[in-house]
Design a protein around this ligand. Sequence first.
Ligand code: 3EB
Length: 326
Amino acid sequence: MSSVSAASIPFARPRFGPVLVPVPDIVGKHATLAMIGFGTGHAGHLHVPLQADRDRLEVWPARGPVLRGDDGGIAWASDDALLFGAIEVEEAAAGGIEAATAEAYARLLPHLQRRGYPHLLRIWNYLDAITDGDGDAERYRRFCVGRVRGLGGVDTSALPAATAIGRCDGVRTLLVYWLAAREPGIPLENPRQTAAWRYPRQYGPQSPSFARAMLPPPGLGLPLLLSGTAAIVGHASLHPGSLAGQLDETLANLQAVIDAARRHRPALSPTFGAGTQLKVYVRDLEAMDEVATLLDARLPAEVQCLLLHGHVCRRELQMEIEGVHA
Ligand code: 3EB
């Protein structure tokens, strides 16, 4: 792909869905709402600090003129339909992962209100050493507690799609970024899975606050936004130790969410295809090649996959997949 001009975006892709491009192809060429770098870092845009199987920029095209600013440490951009934003909070300065998370979310919400995009559609969270700590002291569990504290409670009928993944570089800085809209989307659940906000007590004192997917409000040209999805059925992790087993279960979960979304929006493709773009988080760096081979055998060639080295928030889960689907 030589650029992200509208003509180069595959037909099946919604016009304003994200595209993954090699880095030199995009910089400076196109009006963008947001650019997120994966793999090697580059100046001038947000960088997700995970190793990748190739360097890619995720580009969210803008619908028109873009306003950009900094709102007290929140870097933001809006195109009058969507607001993109990012915040980083150092754990040491905040007083730990729970406090850092509470701070990030407590600052984010009023920012969305101020800018006039109160509806969070999709949010990404990256934190170091996500499964360190035992029992309720585990860092992911503290993150879940801090998130609800920062949000000031949870409206389970309006949760965004989300990802929460462990960075593996030892940097104790929480990175959160998001997409918000003026109008609400439709949060979706997965009939194969217990809603995350209903996970039982055994997984922590505060159940995770996210929906399995978000159907964006119509008219924005956005695809279905799929949350981080793993080999969880009901609330149990399945296929410990089996990459192939976990991958098949994860793909079945994603398919079930797509099926659920199609009941609201039948124009969505029934199967993974040219309109599907996935980010595959793999716990063990050494397993990346095997996961790539397994993906090749299961997905049509038109599905774009970016493999990232990241830790899933349950130790037994070796992978997690998120993405978009048109
Ligand atoms: C799961 O299904 C896997 O806490 O925001 C996936 C996506 C997961 C988002 C979050 C957690 C989160 O429970 C973990």
